[in-house]
Design a protein around this ligand. Structure first.
Ligand SMILES: Nc1nc2c(ncn2[C@@H]2O[C@H](COP(=O)(O)OP(=O)(O)OP(=O)(O)O)[C@@H](O)[C@H]2O)c(=O)[nH]1
Ligand SMILES: [Mg+2]
Length: 444
């Protein structure tokens, strides 16, 4: 997802020369491109305009870390602003007094029925959810929900006869949930081509019988900019509590995710990433911004580490790394990375690694890792802790000891220096806080 925007932005940043100091003209040239890319990626024009103005202000007034290249600085500002724009991930509202009622509304085909079952499946580990078929307009809708629910092993409630009306279904569901101990009720409602009075009064009367704790608009992200208008209209009539953006798997124009939250103020709670009922992910602004920018999927890495059953502390954050980054640390990192499996993939997730000259994810292979490990292992403890002392004769000895060449030793040492510099840049001047704040030397 978001490939188009990512491609454009990285194109812009690579065109910007890496001169230390930015002129206003540089910034403006870059920002014109950023603005155009955002618009092409379907970001609402007002949002794009505000975003660009903010970036400009920060990029020209603050020129702190001269050692960081201009494009890195602008990239980091854009990253921060994208995250800010998308807001924090907000969890589902779960009522302290069960049952929690979740109403799903949205235009025709936006993904309500699928999402109802996805949500139930998502909650199944911690709750006993019930999905309720409230769409009696489309003949096959009830059956669709029933079949999906059955496939996902989720409790289902629907009309018992052909003549049922929506309100009696909702009343029936309330009773059913009591006797079956369902603590979450998810209501799948009918869709329309356009927002109309009929739809709204139906939603309102459902809400009177089972007052929803969550009123979630299910939005098809392929709608592009129109998503903002749809969200605004539903919000005006229903006072929404959240959004779920669907079909992000098939969408390269991902700007709707950036824009809806910014314009409406309603948090995006989940994103749908496929047709299967397990293709639902909590919305993560960092992850999406990181992917847009190609700046390393930090969270993805942490998850991968957890899944591999390793200590998440073992993979250090840039801040931790900067404090004491020696060749010993590097060796430990290599060892941890080795345990994680397919290297090219992992390397792409390590923050900043792709920014290092001559360090392309594709080049990371097991043999290089083994070679670098052997080089560090052939050093004395003192050398590992204080690589500055590794001069000509030591380099020859290490090359011999590790069965490599002086050139390879040089290469590793140069890489180490580059990483060290980068981690320093990542962390200087901040004691925690936002990950990239320090790359800029300032932040929110
Ligand atoms: N690729 C992809 N397809 C999705 C996603 N969510 C839903 N779909 C598909 O979109 C189509 C419409 O989904 P439904 O769940 O029936 O949408 P709906 O809003 O209930 O539609 P109506 O009841 O007709 O208003 C189906 O073919 C789904 O499989 C998603 O996240 N990714
Ligand atoms: Mg439906």
């Amino acid at each position: 997802m978001f490939d188009a925007l990512k491609e454009k932005l990285s194109g812009i940043f690579s065109r910007l020369s890496s001169k230390g100091k930015l002129s206003e003209a540089d910034v403006d040239t870059a920002l014109r491109e950023v603005r155009r890319s955002l618009l092409e990626a379907d970001v609402d024009f007002r949002v794009a305009k505000d975003l660009v103005a903010k970036i400009r202000e920060r990029a020209i007034t603050l020129d702190v870390l001269q050692s960081i290249s201009a494009n890195d600085r602008i990239a980091a500002i854009v990253y921060e602003e994208l995250i800010f724009l998308m807001g924090r991930n907000e969890p589902l509202i779960i009522s302290p007094k069960p049952p929690t009622v979740i109403l799903l509304a949205g235009l025709q085909g936006s993904g309500k029925t699928t999402t109802a079952v996805k949500l139930a499946r998502y909650l199944k580990g911690s709750h006993n959810p019930l999905v309720v078929a409230c769409d009696l307009r489309r003949p096959a809708a009830v059956e669709q929900l029933r079949v999906l629910a059955e496939g996902a092993k989720v409790a289902f409630f629907g009309p018992d006869g052909k003549k049922s009306d929506v309100l009696s279904v909702v009343k029936g569901a309330a009773k059913y949930s009591e006797s079956h101990m369902n603590d979450v009720i998810i209501l799948d409602t009918a869709g329309r081509l356009h927002i109309d009075d009929d739809l709204m009064s139906e939603l309102k009367s459902i809400a009177e019988i089972l007052p929803p704790h969550e009123k979630i608009l299910v939005v098809d992200s392929m709608m592009g900019q129109e998503a903002v208008n749809v969200a605004k209209s539903f919000h005006a009539l229903l006072t929404l509590t959240g959004l779920i953006l669907t079909k992000l798997d098939g969408d390269s124009r991902g700007g709707s995710a950036l824009a809806v939250r910014a314009v409406t103020g309603i948090p995006v709670k989940f994103v749908g990433t496929g047709e299967a009922t397990d293709a639902l992910e909590p919305f993560s602004p960092e992850r999406i911004a990181g992917r847009i920018m190609g700046m390393g999927d930090i969270q993805g890495l942490v998850e991968k580490v957890k899944a591999a059953g390793l200590d998440s502390q073992a993979i250090k954050t840039p801040e931790k790394l900067a404090k004491q980054f020696t060749l010993e640390t590097l060796l430990q990192q290599f060892e941890q990375i080795e345990k994680l499996g397919p290297l090219g993939k992992i390397a792409g997730m390590i923050p900043g690694l792709d920014k290092i000259k001559n360090f392309r994810a594709d080049d990371v292979d097991e043999s290089m890792l083994r070679r670098n490990k052997a080089i560090i292992q052939s050093m004395t403890r003192e050398e590992r802790r204080n690589p500055k002392i590794i001069k000509g004769s030591r380099r020859r000895r290490i090359a011999q000891g590790s069965g490599t060449s002086v050139q390879m030793v040089n290469q590793l040492l140069a890489q180490y220096e580059q990483m060290k510099k980068m981690f320093k840049a990542f962390s200087s001047g901040s004691g925690g806080g936002r990950k990239l704040k320090s790359l800029l030397g300032f932040g929110r």
